[in-house]
Design a protein around this ligand. Structure first.
Ligand SMILES: Cc1cc2nc3c(=O)[nH]c(=O)nc-3n(C[C@H](O)[C@H](O)[C@H](O)COP(=O)(O)OP(=O)(O)OC[C@H]3O[C@@H](n4cnc5c(N)ncnc54)[C@H](O)[C@@H]3O)c2cc1C
Length: 467
């Protein structure tokens, strides 16, 4: 139902409901009501005015969704990965894609904290979630673009002494993109570790809004206009209990929590946008009539083909998302396992998350184009909402990890093994060196050798003297 009317889009017959529990379906019904009553109208406002969807996030908080995957003992709904996928998809499909993306980043921050939860972190950040507290992830770096696991413009130092600040950290970070920047109450960030020993020595911190500086007025983009993913500058002294996990836990936190939750949640958002665009196309093509031939637009086999292919491909991506969710659920006893550093569960399925995000983002970009074609010029106009879905969908491919990066990860590791991925640019490609130096004549080789010897001497001079 859509309010008091039957829903004008696709019915539940086209949802893979055998993969959801009765509780999931109840939660979905609540969300659809919220979308119908308020969230979808707010989506238009966010898009028109570049407005952060605070009211929509508050509504989610009032119904417990901001703590969806938090155990009940800490005030959450105690739900699992399948529920999370369903919630992200439902908000994007029936309500507001910007809200859905803010929600993904919020839950990413919440789950990064929960991976290494402490009583102090739970009291400060987790228990107040239902009062509307919003978190976000800030990982991207202006110097490394979509290689967001490589935070060059960042650092952390331990603060010595027992007095004020003693035992805490001085943290700095510049981020090029941060969803909800300037609006979130807390930011989970990754920096190089204190006593940095070289990449992959990264640490995770949670910083409060007063230490995170953003300029939301600068945000303007093609789609997801309410998600306010602007730059962020963190400069602050933070207490020692606001490090999330041990020093150096960053790479493991990424593989076990941040990436799995983000890849699943964002893919579910792309699937939701795809289904939402199909819903709009159904509404329009079943209502519009060509009087000359006495047919509705939906009566043309061409239009049926467009919709048939879009439903088949989108449902393949949705079943894929719920299947990856099931893998995470099985590995974590339905999101109840407490993992100590050094023990991983979701991380074993990370390459399935990469494949999922590629498939969902590729699909939605295609589906929104085809639904526009199916609706004709009417779909191009703003009042039908399809053009907003189209613009929102286009964020999928370019959002990190970008689809170019993902297909390379998958192809490279499928062909050569996971060890060659070399996230932090540490492994020397001897084949490339041999191939390039082969092209040099004797003089060129000598010049290169002299340059390298000079660099080696410089590096040695910087090394600590052995005692
Ligand atoms: C709407 C939106 C919201 C976002 N929100 C957040 C957020 O909340 N937090 C956050 O941390 N980040 C966020 N991001 C940033 C995102 O994660 C990426 O970092 C960003 O989209 C990359 O853009 P760029 O211009 O830096 O791309 P670049 O890295 O400059 O890439 C340019 C092109 O080069 C390609 N490319 C890059 N590296 C390779 C490679 N190794 N192999 C092949 N091709 C490559 C890319 O795929 C792309 O085609 C958001 C992005 C968007 C669009």
């Amino acid at each position: 139902m859509w309010g008091s009317e039957p829903y004008w889009g696709l019915s539940y017959d086209w949802d893979p409901d055998w993969m959801l529990t009765e509780r999931h379906k109840e939660l979905r019904a609540t969300l659809i009501d919220l979308c119908q009553q308020e969230m979808r109208d707010n989506a238009k406002r966010s898009d028109d005015e570049l407005k952060f969807p605070r009211r929509n996030l508050e509504l989610l908080g009032e119904h417990g969704f901001l703590a969806l995957t938090v155990p009940e003992e800490y005030g959450g709904l105690g739900e699992n990965h399948a529920a999370y996928s369903m919630v992200c998809e439902t908000i994007a499909r029936y309500g507001c894609a910007s809200t859905a993306m803010c929600y993904v980043m919020h839950m990413g921050a919440v789950n990064a904290i929960m991976l290494r939860s402490t009583p102090a972190l739970i009291d400060k950040y987790i228990r107040p979630l239902n009062s509307g507290k919003i978190g976000t992830l800030s990982y991207s770096d202006p110097e490394t673009g979509s290689h967001f696991w490589y935070p060059i413009s960042s650092g952390a130092e331990r603060m010595k002494g027992d007095g004020e600040g003693g035992g805490g950290f001085r943290v700095r970070k510049k981020a090029s993109w941060t969803t909800s920047a300037g609006f979130a109450d807390f930011y989970v960030i990754q920096t190089t570790s204190p006593d940095f020993k070289g990449y992959d020595d990264l640490s995770v911190f949670v910083v409060d809004a007063e230490d995170a500086h953003a300029q939301p007025a600068l945000w303007d983009a093609l789609g997801l206009r309410g998600n306010q993913s602007g730059g962020l500058d963190v400069q602050g002294q933070i207490p020692g209990d606001q490090i999330v996990g041990p020093v150096g836990d960053g790479a493991e936190s990424n593989d076990e929590s941040v990436d799995p939750w983000f890849l699943l949640g964002s893919s579910s958002v792309w699937n939701g946008i795809a289904m939402g665009a199909i819903d709009i196309a159904k509404r329009h093509t079943t209502r519009k009539r060509h009087v000359d031939v006495g047919l509705r637009v939906c009566d043309y086999p061409t239009i049926q083909d467009y919709v048939g292919e879009a439903v088949i491909d989108s449902n393949a991506a949705r079943v894929f998302a719920l299947s990856v969710a099931e893998a995470f659920d099985r590995a974590t006893d339905s999101n109840t396992r407490v993992l100590q550093p050094g023990t991983t569960a979701r991380a074993e399925f990370l390459h399935w998350g990469w494949q999922l995000k590629f498939a969902a983002a590729k699909n939605v970009a295609h589906v929104v184009d085809k639904m526009l074609h199916a609706c004709g010029g009417s779909g191009y106009k703003r009042d039908m909402e399809l053009e907003r879905y189209l613009r929102d969908a286009k964020a999928g491919w370019v959002m990190g990890p970008t689809n170019e990066v993902l297909r390379q990860f998958v192809g490279k590791s499928a062909l050569l093994g996971f060890e060659v991925l070399d996230y932090w640019n540490q492994h020397v490609n001897e084949r490339a060196i041999a191939n390039e130096t082969k092209k040099l004549d004797a003089k060129g080789k000598r010049a290169l050798a002299e340059k390298l010897l000079a660099q080696a001497a410089e590096d040695e001079a910087k090394e600590p003297v052995a005692r």
